[in-house]
Write a protein that binds this ligand. Structure first.
Ligand code: C2E
Ligand code: MG
Ligand code: MG
Length: 611
């Protein structure tokens, strides 16, 4: 574009010059009073000007436009001639703005200034506009001549600051405010023309962890890459928005079938799943997309947005790279989720959490060597809620930090009490979720819990999962080293289910591998699972780590593990997780029966999980 290198000031001067030329032409020759004349110069200027030119009558009805008008606004002559100029109105300006404009025009003066107008596709844009009243020799106004240039590209710093209200400064994409505006416009347009249109709401999965682990600079870079990829895979008429954080939206106009939206969603998922090229390595991200279609899923822009959001939440729950169409029951689910979140917030204040304890048994002597602390939510109406049902929500909302600290403190006090009372040296294992592990003040929180319970650090073991550790191995090593130097033990929970790199695992200063229950479940019958269990036990021995098999429910499993040199086990075979009071009884029982690890002869049925 010829103007791209010009400053905005130069542009305004140039527009002024052109408008003067047109003005003079219109006044120098009485026949030019109306631009309908065939004057060659006027026509040439009119047709070839890179500025948009529009002529209206005194009633603001459009009489003539030039080709640049069409390129800027998207309207062809047949669509606008005979229409009021207000077809371009963006609704960004108040009545006072137009009153002042008209008062200077009606007095016969020229008006010029920046104005936001709306293109045919609904997008609003800033233009520099000069309006000249064209008068006859008696001074009566016959027409108005408007000359304008789209100044989106010439926006200087001052305007950019104002533009922050509508555009996202990081990606340059229009923001949530413009989405509302555009969506409302497009819904009306689709309604008038009986067309389908779709709204896609996108959310990058686990993006906050990228920010927290790789830093905001990397996070910003990824958002910019995503914005570019989204733009590149859409048609020109479709619009992309950044709504904040890791949320984006796409409006697909004039789609023919519902499936068209799904096709675009698939394309978007695949471009976003391409590796993100970072300076030192590559990163893989997945996306969740919710789709709502006008008119099926909402009669106005608000309900389309609300339902798109519910569909997106559902896609997020499903976890992987996927999209979901809105279905009416989603709002009920979203409501349930909201109430759950509200209640979860209150649960800590209302003392509704309890910690249950499950023994870890040393097979060689049948004694309790360790205990795992497992939280439950004692809901007044719903009864006992399993952590599987609320930990993910607590994690997502950040409530896990307060809840996790409460578990840690409770467990530290409890083990101190048992060890003192029974003169034992049992260790307490506490699960740490990703957010907890990444929190800034993890070390000081643990130090304070140990101090307040007067517990020596060697009696505390923290369980982290493989995938947590692998999200940012360098940071994991650093934090684990700190914990190790404090004397705290570390276990890798659910081992075998994540994607550990053995080279990193070697560098993690850990003490224990916990073989995931899913591998233990079908031993000894399933030869693959048995082979995996053997391999994990061998790996632990080579790395000089303790190994515990989780989820042991039967004597056959126990015997298999014993035979393959797994020294510790945890599972319903010995005891499900139980309350502190029941656990005290369990310790008494283990002390009184030297072979606690060997259940009574008639007790061959596995215990059932109390939750
Ligand atoms: P996990 O850390 O792997 O805990 C072991 C889970 O296996 C527990 O489920 C336990 O009740 C169950 N389990 C133990 N033995 C058996 C068995 O023989 N058979 C079967 N079928 N299951 C057995 P639970 O208590 O429902 O906890 C589930 C998960 O919730 C835990 O898995 C842990 O990841 C998480 N969790 C529990 N408490 C906390 C907590 O305080 N903080 C955090 N961040 N996560 C927690
Ligand atoms: Mg655990
Ligand atoms: Mg586990």
């Amino acid at each position: 574009m010829k103007h791209e290198k010009k400053t905005r000031e130069q542009l305004v001067v140039e527009l002024d010059r052109i408008s003067d030329q047109l003005h003079q032409l219109a006044h120098s020759d009485p026949t030019l009073c109306s631009i309908h004349t065939s004057d060659k110069i006027a026509n040439a200027l009119f047709k070839n000007a890179s500025e948009g030119v529009v002529v209206t009558d005194t009633d603001s009805t459009i009489e003539k436009i030039n080709p640049s008008f069409t390129s800027v606004t998207g309207y062809s002559s047949s669509e606008v001639i005979g229409q009021k100029i207000s077809i371009l109105k963006s609704n960004r300006h108040d009545k006072e703005f137009y009153r002042l404009m008209w008062s200077s025009l009606k007095n016969g003066g020229k008006w010029q200034g920046e104005i936001w107008n709306r293109r045919k596709n609904g997008e609003i844009y800033p233009e520099w506009l000069i309006i000249i009243p064209i008068k006859n020799r008696h001074g009566n106004i016959l027409n108005y001549l408007g000359i304008f240039t789209d100044v989106t590209k010439y926006i200087n710093k001052n305007i950019q600051i104002r533009n922050h209200a509508y555009y996202d400064s990081l990606t340059g994409l229009p923001n949530r405010m413009l989405l509302h505006d555009r969506l409302a416009f497009m819904v009306n347009h689709a309604r008038r023309n009986s067309q389908l249109m779709a709204l896609l709401l996108l959310d990058l999965n686990r993006f906050k962890f990228v920010n927290e682990t790789l830093g905001y600079h990397t996070g910003d870079l990824i958002l910019q890459i995503v914005a570019e990829r989204l733009k590149s895979c859409l048609r020109d008429v479709d619009a992309v928005f950044r709504l904040g954080d890791d949320e984006f939206a796409i409006i697909l106009e004039e789609i023919v079938h519902q499936q068209d939206a799904a096709k675009v969603a698939k394309k978007v998922l695949s471009v976003c799943a391409q590796p993100m090229p970072l300076k030192d390595n590559e990163l893989f991200l997945t996306t969740s997309i919710g789709i709502s279609i006008f008119p099926n899923d909402g009669a106005n822009h608000e309900s389309l947005l609300k339902n798109g959001e519910a569909a997106m939440q559902r896609a997020k729950e499903l976890g992987t790279n996927n999209y979901q169409h809105y279905t009416p029951n989603m709002n009920e689910k979203a409501f349930e989720q909201l109430t759950l979140e509200h209640n979860l917030r209150k649960a800590l204040e209302k003392d509704q959490f309890v910690v249950f304890y499950q023994p870890q048994v040393d097979i060689s002597n049948g004694g309790i060597s360790g205990i795992e602390a497992l939280i439950r939510w004692k809901h007044p109406e719903l009864g006992m809620i399993s952590p599987v049902d609320f930990i993910p929500l607590a994690e997502e909302t950040g409530l896990i930090l307060a809840i996790g600290e409460w578990v840690l403190r409770t467990a530290c006090f409890q083990i101190k009490e048992w060890n003192c009372h029974f003169k034992k040296e049992m260790k307490m294992s506490v699960n740490l979720s990703t957010r907890q592990f990444l929190q800034q003040d993890l070390i000081s929180t643990i130090e304070s819990a140990l101090r307040d319970a007067n517990l020596e650090p060697q009696y505390l073991e923290l369980e982290i999962t493989e995938s947590l550790g692998m999200q940012n191995p360098e940071l994991t090593i650093k934090t684990l080293e700190e914990l190790k130097s404090m004397g705290i033990k570390i276990a890798i929970d659910d081992f075998g289910t994540g994607y550990s790199s053995l080279s990193y695992l070697k560098k993690f200063p850990i003490n224990t591998l916990k073989i995931d229950r899913s591998f233990v479940k079908d031993i000894p019958e399933d030869s693959n699972d048995s082979a995996i269990v053997n391999a994990i036990i061998a790996l632990a021995h080579i790395m000089k780590l303790d190994v515990i098999a989780e989820g042991v429910e039967s004597r056959d499993q126990l015997e298999y593990l014993r035979k393959h040199d797994c020294k510790k086990i945890q599972g319903y075979y010995f005891s499900p997780p139980v309350s502190a009071q029941e656990f005290t009884a369990l310790i008494y029982k283990s002390l009184n029966s030297p072979r606690f690890g060997e259940p009574c002869k008639n007790d061959t049925t596995p215990h059932s999980n109390p939750v």
